[in-house]
Design a protein. Sequence first.
Length: 178
Amino acid sequence: MAIASTIFKAELIVSDMDRHYYETHNLTLARHPSETESRLMLRLLAFALYADQHLAFGAGISSDDEPDLWIKDLTGETMLWIDLGLPSEKRIRQACGKAKLVVLLCHGSRAAISWWKKIEGRLRRFNNLKVCFCDDDNVATLTALCKRTMQLQCSIQDGSIWVNAESSQVGVRLETWK
């Protein structure tokens, strides 16, 4: 018998002063049995960074054809494709061909740095690709906020990211690699 996904509920209040976006999102996240809480929280962070009324969670880890998050317009065209982790060069090329903007949120310090050094030169030609990196310390800080039911406030201003949960406030720093 297969292990079922674990369901997490999050009320996410996004105050993005850089994009002038202020909304509350009530989200249900399914954590795949092979997914860690760290990866789940990075998906939630990615949602906050690109929050939009049309942003949706894709099949992600359980599908090769869908990203972790995406926005499709009314015609079905993919406007935004967000992947977490260290996808293959082939997957990145395919995503760049399918979407107006592709965002990679990399994590796992040693592996990510090595992966980026190998692949960076071959990805320079993609003008619609953005690559960000979240180091292990920032991931651990964010993961400490994870609960089955969460009320989070995410404030974004001048590239600074602050996430509040109950009595805890953490700053998350992303490095932009491309």
